[in-house]
Design a protein around this ligand. Structure first.
Ligand code: AMP
Length: 280
């Protein structure tokens, strides 16, 4: 595995790959890599071609009071994990290239970026869409791999790809969970030993919603089950617990195919999100 920093170096590597006729498979990350990132890299590897992993903690997607400064940065471990999972090229993007002096062009995600996480993180998805567009422009990727855990992000990026006519295919990789059910996240390392069981109310609530969905027909029953488990954990501070359509993120009265439960909550100062498909 090669490791580059500049866009020029990245493009030189990708150009050599193209000469060899290989498609470019791309996994963007913010580093602090864990087993879920490895699953994305392995999915890319399994599709064949040249696998590029980027690491960039994107300042544009953090709000002024969020954890940008303390976001975990573990470059040596990241490099080892990316290589073990099968990456061909690791790109540690640089601030001065991603947001060069005088930059003034940003994407706006509109209504899709204003709901769920967007309602609590104003501008977050504008920052996500902007950086993903830049990363795709730099890599020239044919295939982009994103995780289902950040489901709203997959919908927004899919829309951005379509709106900007980008020649890239999106692959969504299923959520990877720890043995206790908690979705893997770089932010899980912030959780103290006594906060971890509190966080588990999130996957438990999603399980309860799925069970209610299996038994009933309307969204209200599943929402009641979802919120009951969350409300039973006083140390969990819920931002939202909602059921929406997987394709459009619209709220639905009836539990139609594609209905999905979404949760965001704080445990102490750590913000966690998760989601689960209720009706395949
Ligand atoms: P991040 O480094 O947190 O920005 O995540 C990079 C990519 O990994 C994104 O596409 C995430 O959706 C994905 N990802 C993070 N955690 C998980 C998980 N537990 N399961 C599946 N994908 C994940």
């Amino acid at each position: 595995m090669k490791h580059v920093e500049t866009v020029a170096e990245l493009r030189a590597e990708v150009a050599a790959t193209r000469m060899a006729g290989l498609p470019v498979r791309f996994v963007p990350t913010m580093g602090a890599l864990h087993e879920a990132h490895a699953a994305l890299v392995r999915a890319a590897r399994a599709d064949g071609g040249f696998v590029v992993v980027s690491i960039y903690v994107n300042p544009a997607q953090f709000g002024p009071t969020e954890d940008f400064a303390r976001y975990p940065r573990t470059p040596d471990a990241d490099s080892a994990l990316a290589m073990a999972a099968g990456a061909d090229l690791l790109w540690s993007a640089r601030d001065d290239e991603m947001y060069p002096a005088g930059e003034s062009t940003r994407l706006r995600t509109g209504a899709l970026g204003d709901i769920l996480c967007g309602a609590f993180r104003p501008g977050h998805f504008d920052g996500v869409a902007t950086v993903v567009a830049k990363l795709l422009a730099a890599t020239g990727a044919d295939t982009l791999y994103l995780g289902e855990k950040d489901f709203q992000q997959t919908i927004i990026v899919r829309r951005m790809i379509s709106d900007l006519l980008l020649p890239v295919q999106l692959v969504v990789v299923p959520t990877v969970r720890d043995t206790d059910g908690l979705a893997l996240s770089s932010r899980n390392r912030y959780l103290s030993a006594d906060e971890r069981p509190v966080a588990l109310a999130i996957p438990h609530a999603l399980d309860a919603a799925a069970a209610a969905a299996d038994a009933g027909h309307d969204t209200r029953d599943a929402l009641t089950a979802l919120r009951a488990v969350l409300d039973a954990e006083p140390r969990l501070h819920v931002q939202y617990a909602e059921i929406r359509d997987s394709a459009t993120l619209a709220v639905r009265e009836r539990l139609a195919p594609g209905a999905r439960a979404f949760v965001a909550a704080h445990v102490g100062t750590t913000r966690l999100i998760d989601n689960r498909l209720l009706r395949p």
